[in-house]
Design a protein around this ligand. Structure first.
Ligand code: DC
Length: 643
């Protein structure tokens, strides 16, 4: 599985131009396809969900042309879908599946609509029931009430009243409303139960209006589409920036100082999720807004918890759940039952992953309560849910963490993590690599002390692995066995000591035997993999100095300073010899030199993460330098790099 390791963040600020709204993009595409005339769609979101819709429209014979960038031309079919028989694969795109089901069921034709496994677990029965009231012929090909579906030509009997449930997903009502002009007659839709996610219905009505169809509305209970309603192309239409995507960057500003400005949505937006800004303001964030932009800053006194009904911002509310990690008190998000039928069961997923970070979470059928705690590094699963990945990136303000399957953001925001990296500043790393006994450990520890940073002696992890394997009777050549030991190492680093399973190890990891063992286990790829996140989890505030062989090349490639610290083999052997004699241990200079050469050879010739000087690393040869001279040089470079 792919993953992305995030260092702890120190601050956020900048301006982000948002990608187009998913909800508006897919509505506009469908309505443009059903319209009379050609529509130029500008700023369309480029994402998996819109790709599924574009593919489906092409298969249905609609003229789709890419004009370059985010601009497309759609040749409307005037309500008559050209291809009458097709099998459509719609991935996990609810905003494509529901409206296409309604439109194709009423358009007349023989269609099979399928998606990924999760799509087949997302209910669609209420929409099908509504369409059947109009005479549509729809068969469930799998479980009753769920996709995949088979739609067959049927004689549609419009007129009268269609009842549809509104309390599971507003997308059923959206799909139905957008398809009704295809019947040519007056149809009244009555919503049964309380309509959830009302702002999404507002987007639907506003988009239909842009294409010339006015829906009459009595409260949120009755909607009427009049006979003779036809979609007509507005010519050119601009897709607003995605207000849900805006939520992550506004939250970054609110947590990480700011100001962070998003462009593409603002006060004049038709998307309900812009009201996320109000929720953030309730948490104490300073919000400013213009017609087409919003901006957030952190409050002086820190964020505070809120107790909020989130019916009006179901998607953006997820962002509040992770922002709650940085707010004083317990945040309660209510009326979020729709989370349970989204890309995943978002209440369960959110609770599980927040708990991994150390937060205290209470979940109910339609609510979640989050109480912050001091966060700890964790591996976060994302459940093929773009919003899980994006929400949890915020937790990096409290701890380094790993996001599994980060590319799931492609559903709505393919370059999210690049923009996220640009808008944030991470805790800095100074990477010092070099061969054994080059003095890098001493230099690194002193630099860390001088800067007030943490210190990572990565070699100690390989030494501890070799020692723990030896204690467990696992051969150093047994890659799987040693990797399991490395993954489960129970180590604690303190100022003065290293503890393995609670016992101080002292010099037991510094013997020549363990040095040789460390060098051998360090050559095993599975062992290096097992120790990767453990090392990256040291990348905390205020900063880190790490020493080893691959700090700058593999573990911390974004280090602000990379130093390659070396010395001649003879000088290094002599230093080691003096150390051992001072400790009262016996030593032989010739043997030490030959051991060291062997280890150099193994460390630099191995296939994974071999010791080498990175192109962007500064070389420091300490053969003729004192420790003080070496430390001063690296300190000068560090201060320069940190400016
Ligand atoms: O730095 P050291 O001598 O304590 O390292 C012990 C062994 O671990 C050494 O043979 C190389 C290996 N090592 C490594 O492969 N990668 C690191 N980042 C650190 C050490």
């Amino acid at each position: 599985m792919e993953f992305l390791d995030l260092p702890q963040l120190l601050s956020a600020c900048g301006t982000v131009r948002l990608p187009g709204s998913k909800s508006i993009s897919n509505r506009v595409l469908l309505l443009a396809a059903l319209s009379d005339g050609e529509t130029e769609v500008r700023d369309l979101l480029a994402s998996n969900d819109t790709e599924r819709m574009l593919e489906a429209l092409k298969m249905l014979g609609v003229g789709v042309q890419h004009l370059g960038g985010e601009n497309w031309s759609i040749k409307g079919c005037g309500g008559l879908i050209p291809v009458k028989q097709a099998e459509l694969f719609l991935g996990n795109a609810g905003t494509a599946f529901r409206p296409l089901t309604a439109a194709l069921a009423l358009a007349g034709g023989d269609y099979v609509l399928k998606g990924v496994a999760r799509m087949h677990e997302r209910p669609i029965g209420d929409l099908v029931d509504g369409l059947r009231q109009l005479g549509a012929d729809i068969t469930y090909l799998g479980n009753e009430g769920f996709p995949p579906l088979h739609l067959k030509p049927a004689s549609i009997q419009p007129g009268g009243v269609v009842k549809v449930r509104g309390d599971v997903s507003s997308q059923f009502l959206t799909g139905l409303l957008m398809a009704l002009p295809l019947t040519g007659e007056t149809v009244v839709v009555e919503v049964v139960g309380e309509l959830i996610s009302k702002p999404y219905i507002e987007i639907t009505l506003a988009t239909m209006a842009r294409f010339g169809v006015i829906v009459e509305r009595e409260g949120w209970q009755r909607f009427t589409v009049r006979a003779g309603s036809r979609y007509v192309s507005p010519g050119t239409i601009f897709v607003e920036g995605d207000a849900s995507s805006a939520s992550y960057f506004l939250a970054l500003g609110a947590i990480g100082g700011g100001p962070v400005r998003v462009e593409g949505v603002g006060r004049d937006s038709i998307q309900g999720d812009v009201r996320f800004a109000e929720a953030l303001a309730k948490m104490g964030a300073q919000i400013e807004m213009g017609p087409n932009w919003m901006e957030a800053r952190a409050p002086q006194s820190g964020l505070v918890a809120v107790d909020l009904d989130c019916n009006h911002i179901p998607d953006a509310a997820m962002t509040l759940a992770t922002a709650a990690l940085f707010a004083k008190g317990t945040t309660t998000l209510r009326n979020i039952a729709s989370w349970r039928v989204k890309e995943t069961d978002r209440i369960a997923a959110m609770a599980t992953e927040l708990r991994k970070l150390g937060a205290v979470v209470e979940e109910g059928e339609d609510y979640i309560c989050v109480t912050p705690a001091s966060l700890k590094p964790a591996l976060i699963d994302t459940y093929d849910d773009h919003r899980m990945a994006m929400c949890f990136s915020l937790a990096a303000f409290g701890t380094p963490l790993r996001i599994n399957d980060p590319k799931c953001v492609a559903k709505t925001f393919p370059d999210y993590f690049e923009r996220f990296a640009k808008a944030t500043t991470a805790a800095p790393v100074i990477a010092i690599d070099g061969p054994s006994a080059s003095g890098k450990g001493t230099v690194a520890a002193r630099i860390a002390a001088a800067l007030g940073y943490d210190y990572l002696d990565s070699g100690a992890l390989y030494r501890l692995t070799a020692l723990a394997a030896q204690q467990a009777g696992v051969d150093w050549a047994d890659e799987t066995g040693v990797a399991a030991i490395a993954a489960g190492l129970d180590v604690e680093f303190s100022e003065s000591d290293v503890r393995l399973s609670g016992t101080p190890v002292g010099d037991a990891i510094r013997t020549e035997e363990i040095s040789a063992g460390a060098s051998r286990v360090a050559a095993l790829p599975a062992v290096r993999e097992a120790l990767l996140f453990r090392q990256r989890a040291f990348n905390k505030a205020p900063g880190l100095v790490g020493d080893g062989r691959d700090m700058g090349s593999v573990i911390f490639p974004r280090a602000v300073l990379k130093v390659f610290l070396t010395a001649s083999a003879e000088a290094r052997a002599e230093r080691r010899y003096k150390q051992l004699i001072e400790k009262g241990l016996s030593a032989n200079l010739a043997d030490l030199l030959s051991d060291l050469r062997q280890r150099d050879e193994r460390d630099s010739q191995r296939s994974v993460a071999p010791l080498r000087q990175e192109a962007d690393a500064k070389l420091l040869d300490t053969t003729h330098l004192t420790i003080e001279q070496a430390v001063n040089q690296v300190l000068d470079w560090s201060r320069e790099a940190l400016q």
